[in-house]
Design a binder for this molecule. Sequence first.
Ligand code: GLN
Length: 346
Amino acid sequence: MNRRMKTIAAACALGLAGLYASGVATQAQTTPQQAVDAAFNKYKGLKEGKNADYIPALAKVDPNLFGIALVTVDGKVYSAGDLKTEVSIQSISKVFTMAQVIQEQGLDSVANRIGVDATGARFNSIIAIEGAKLMSGAGAPEMNPLVNPGAISATSMVTGGSADAVWSKIIGFHNDAAGRQLTVLQDVYKSESDSNQRNQAIGALMLAYGYIKSNWQQAVDLYTRQCSIGVNAKDLATMAATLAAGGTNPATGKKVIDADKVPGVLAVMATAGLYDDSGKWLYHTGLPAKSGVGGGIIAVSPGKFGIAVISPPLDDAGNSVRAQKAITDISNALGGNPYSGKKAGS
Ligand code: GLN
């Protein structure tokens, strides 16, 4: 390092000390609360996108609902908008059931049975199942636990002597990540159970192709239940922060998943968390993330923070429009992109 570089490095280090706010490094003096407020104000009037309506109960959710929460790895909470109203967690639950299987059965269990590659297709694509089957001779299947066929298969892998025993493990894992007792939104569960013939077809096909070993009906039912768990923005941000903090919930201190298993979970989120738009998302944010058709998105800045936004109107890929925009702005303002190569705050 020459003298000029040393001077710059020293200045950066000084800047770093000054810019640290509540465990989150900030750029250009933006504090986490300022970043959250700025995104809330910028997007609160945005009306793009449309609620999911293929599950009738989701079409009835207030499209104006908008809540943002950021939880740092040391448990500080920054928020704006609606933090109380619960929406159904939907596909964000796929992350935690995948994590539960990885925690119980190891990283290879999911990689070998389901795969950890992008399908490049929509979340409930049946063509993607055929594609994965065609490719299965060439190594691990081109599938992952964050699209419906892989997620229903992951749910089928949670062990337990009865459906109730499996369910209590699934909800227990979600509770531990959120740091409170969550409940199923019964209207959503009923609505999706009455209209999930496509997921039933997917479950049956996954049994036929050997991804699910038995009882696909139970797997589809428990998957539908896990998708109907009610969460608010703070719950989701705490769940994301648990992953950001290496698997230990920063609010409760409880270890939910081993630290050495978290990078695998985050890798699948980066690959497939926003389905066929995952590459575009990663390009702009660098953040492992997961969306749900209830309007939530979680994103993880490893070692720094978890962030969640709830806003029901979705784009064509099934991802919340305002959540994508708000998270991108907030994370980039706070230096959250792990690919930036910047030391925190520099
Ligand atoms: N329960 C929803 C479904 O299976 C979840 C989809 C999602 O959130 N993308 O269709």
